[in-house]
Design a protein. Structure first.
Ligand SMILES: Nc1nc2c(ncn2[C@@H]2O[C@H](COP(=O)(O)OP(=O)(O)OP(=O)(O)O)[C@@H](O)[C@H]2O)c(=O)[nH]1
Ligand SMILES: [Zn+2]
Length: 379
């Protein structure tokens, strides 16, 4: 192995097997950096919301301004995603044509990952720092697929997020069966539906009004809003479930494109695949939102599946305190599945008081379905 001095060309070379090469220059501290929230990503340009000390009102939420930024050189290989809190320097005026520089990503409280698929061979972080995964599922058209819901639930719990199951199109089918499958897990369920008067009216007179789209029952939309309030929520759902319709009702300014799948191309109208964060108005009355915001709704147009191969049973169990405690008594290496010998979770059912047994049994059955979905395919 030849020995030579470190020169300028080494500065940008990859780290060696032993780790990073010592830097020849001390990296600047960027003590003048301000913090921004990443609300959108588009071809190397990041949309940030930055606190504005000089301004009482702003473009998005009050006292905040929108700044466009790119990553600093040293972050070239680092992925910055919607929901990230970042430190920015440079031109943070937010003025027309201004471009700031992201120099640091703050520590993430949660990371939601998407699995590799046909369009992208890498597992990627989709959203950072989200509190809640909202699984939007139609009760009909298209038919709900519990395998898909289970996989989303597992991905959320593994990411340290809570789950809200939002069942749409209740005007077409009853939510009872799905409620029975998910409420035993402690998953919160909300139901939305088309307003009965929607066929006759095309006026903009209701809080459920969506931009040029279908009118949802306003109370059902407000119930969803209540559960999103103050939280960072990621909405996922298959094409056609009514996710855009719901987002438009919650955040009318979003104007998400709605409609059916294109017959010719077989694709939805959305061509964008990047996530975007939308500030959630605290209320929408007479079709207009208030200018007070409390929470974030993150739409993920391109996300259809989550990688679960990395999910460990013990990690998933942590989302279920009671089951986790019982499972401490299981034999070493117990899979906790229905065919696992001497699984303590079975004894837990046996030992339960008569009146609690059905609830426990339903909870265990649902939990085992989640466990099985880790290895099963959703195709
Ligand atoms: N019957 C009924 N139809 C609905 C309801 N919500 C949405 N729809 C319709 O379902 C279709 C799909 O709705 P979208 O909001 O475009 O669905 P999406 O999930 O955003 O799907 P993409 O746009 O493909 O991403 C549209 O024709 C809507 O009008 C509902 O509560 N009831
Ligand atoms: Zn067990």
């Amino acid at each position: 192995m030849g020995r030579r001095d470190i020169d300028e060309s080494d500065f940008h070379s990859r780290p060696t097997k032993r780790g990073s090469r010592p830097r020849t220059k001390q990296r600047p501290e960027h003590s003048d950096a301000v913090t921004g929230l990443v609300t959108g990503v588009d071809r190397g340009r990041y949309t940030l919301l930055v606190k504005d000390p000089d301004d009482g009102g702003g473009d998005g939420a009050s006292g905040e301004k929108i700044v466009t930024a790119m990553k600093a050189r040293e972050l070239t290989r680092t992925r910055v995603v919607v929901g990230d809190r970042v430190d920015v320097v440079g031109d943070v005026s937010g003025g027309e044509g201004s471009l700031a520089r992201i120099v640091r990503i703050q520590e993430r409280t949660s990371t939601l990952r998407r699995t590799a698929d046909d369009t992208d061979p890498y597992e990627r972080i989709v959203v950072a720092n989200a509190d809640q995964l909202v699984i939007v599922t139609a009760l009909a058209q298209p038919e709900p697929r519990t395998g898909m819901i289970d996989r989303c639930v597992v991905a959320a719990y593994d990411a340290g997020m809570s789950v809200l199951l939002c069942l749409t199109k209740a005007d077409l089918a009853s939510p009872d069966e799905l409620r029975a499958l998910y409420e035993p897990l402690g998953v919160e369920v909300v139901v939305t539906q088309r307003a009965p008067s929607d066929d006759e009216t095309d006026g903009a007179n209701s809080a459920g009004q969506t931009a040029g789209g279908m009118i949802l029952v306003p109370e059902s939309v407000e119930e969803v809003r209540e559960r999103l309030r103050g939280l960072v929520s990621v909405l996922v759902g298959h094409s056609g479930v009514g996710k855009s319709t719901l987002i438009n009702a919650l955040v009318p300014a979003a104007k998400r494109a709605t409609g059916v799948v294109n017959d010719v191309t077989g694709r939805g109208r959305h061509t964008s695949t990047s996530a975007v964060a939308l500030a959630l108005p605290v209320a929408v009355t007479e079709g207009s939102p208030t200018d007070t915001f409390d929470g974030w709704v993150i739409d993920t147009p391109g996300v259809r599946s989550f990688g679960l191969a990395h999910v460990e049973v013990s990690h998933l169990l942590r989302a279920f305190d009671d089951l986790d405690e019982v499972a401490q008594e299981c034999p070493r290496g117990c899979t906790h599945l229905a065919d696992a010998p001497d699984c303590a979770l079975d004894d837990w059912i046996e030992a339960s008081p008569e009146d609690e047994r059905p609830a426990r049994a339903a909870r265990l059955t649902s939990f085992r379905r989640l466990l099985a979905s880790r290895t099963g395919s959703d195709a």
